[in-house]
Design a protein around this ligand. Sequence first.
Ligand SMILES: NC(=O)c1ccc[n+]([C@@H]2O[C@H](COP(=O)([O-])OP(=O)(O)OC[C@H]3O[C@@H](n4cnc5c(N)ncnc54)[C@H](O)[C@@H]3O)[C@@H](O)[C@H]2O)c1
Length: 273
Amino acid sequence: MKATGRVAIVTGGGGGIGGAIAEELATHGARVVVADLDADAAQAVTDRINAASPGSAVAAGADVSDTAAIGDLIALAQQRFGPVNLYFANAGVLGVPGLEAGEADWDRVIDVNLRAHIRAAQLLIPDWVERGEGYFISTASAAGLLTQIGSATYAVTKHAAVGFAEWLAISYRDSGVRVSCLCPMGVNTELLYGGEKSGDPRGVAATRAVTSAGVVLEPAQVARDVLAAIDEERFLILPHAAVADMFRQKAADYDRWLRGMRRYQASLLDDIR
Ligand SMILES: NC(=O)c1ccc[n+]([C@@H]2O[C@H](COP(=O)([O-])OP(=O)(O)OC[C@H]3O[C@@H](n4cnc5c(N)ncnc54)[C@H](O)[C@@H]3O)[C@@H](O)[C@H]2O)c1
């Protein structure tokens, strides 16, 4: 699908990968609702977009895991620009490192990293099927194909996000709905360094497991890869090509892969302590 002239909603658009996707969309001639829990951050991205492409973006402060809030975003897009063509379920949180994560911690991460995707799809897909067109882009993570050392909440919810995106693609592609799933390793954003800043050795390991495994990309590069994949209507978006090899190695010998991950985690924790 060409983004030119399309209407998009980008969640977590107040910075990082979402902010870069929103800016890249506008560069391609799309009109964008920039949604973020941090309304000021969403406004700042929107101001930048509108300075370059007047009238192309509108900001919304919203918790995008809330069904009513997602409905409001869809209504805002419709009222300002027209029916939504592309939805970027991109907002994400890292969560709590280990088994001490309580019910409320799990609920929060499941809500943002998974249920937000399900709730958006429930609101959008019936209309897209009727129109015979629409594009759902899930930001999961390489942690959804491999795993996330140092954060069970993140590893589990990102696997679930990949699973949901796969299911959508299988169920609705023949009705005209396109689906892509973004699975990067390290990208230079607040979220990547959240674990390091927490001071908890497992959080520090979570950050270093990613930064030591490959190059840390800039959000703008990832956004260009996303737009290229949408243009080609390709499901899996891997800005780090090495993730495909790691995923193949995991599938080829799961026990060997688990042994390697245990050794990797131990070496990271040894360096930290
Ligand atoms: N940075 C990385 O290395 C990396 C790697 C793989 C995947 N990802 C994923 O990319 C996505 C974007 O993260 P980022 O790296 O740009 O981090 P980021 O922290 O820069 O951006 C995340 C944004 O989501 C917003 N947000 C969080 N919860 C929200 C909610 N309930 N409603 C609305 N907005 C909410 C935050 O305010 C923030 O602006 C996430 O899903 C993340 O898991 C990041």
